[in-house]
Design a binder for this molecule. Sequence first.
Ligand code: PGA
Length: 262
Amino acid sequence: MEIILQPDAESASRLAARLIARLVREKPDAVLGLATGGTPLLVYRELIRLHREEGLDFSRVTTFNLDEYIGLAPEHPQSYHAYMREHLFRHLNIPPENTHLPEGLAADVPKECEAYEQAIRAAGGIDLQLLGIGADGHIGFNEPTSSLASRTRIKTLARRTVEDNARFFDGDASKVPRHCITMGIGTILEARRVVLLAFGKSKALAIAETVEGPVSANVPASVLQHHPVAKLFLDEEAGAELRRADYYRWIYANKPAWQQDA
Ligand code: PGA
């Protein structure tokens, strides 16, 4: 795991976006795993800027999102389909047929989940998976005690997640769907690179447990300790509970030049 502590979410997001941009330049048909929620918004804003101002080309990129609420149509304003259209896809030149999210209205959920796994495999696997983290340590919607080997499947949202996400539903937790389809932890671990973003003090404990605690299904993100190329981009607040913060700063400041954008 590489821990990259930045003064604020803007600078952390710029670095993460630069990493994604570099991948897309080197591999124009890259497969990106994308996330929703409040956290990736600044990364998406920076990717849009790079597309507009520096001609970053997404015309051959393929994307797979982590998750979608069950019961919300793609047109529903709080669906993750709508989120992705609004905050990223409509601003870039990704062909719509290259963008994938689980289908929240699927009649046969297990079949939809298997088809999603199959589509990821058919695309050649995910080159880089972007992740946020829940205050309870979830990645995707893999809530605590999710199998560390899990694949795309239905999950029930934890109460904490429902409450955290109520802000996207007029502050009304009763409007937040209780179920979702999410990539599994095993699915996420197969991405060739993982970039996790965490900002704000509500994430500080989950980050400390993820980085410095034992690998445990109780903190699903801690499984990233097993991933060969996992980078965590944090602001100061999200890193506030890390015991070895000075060590991470030292390592990052002293990276060999050739590794600095890797
Ligand atoms: P947030 O959600 O970005 O809205 O904080 C992160 C997550 O639940 O994974």
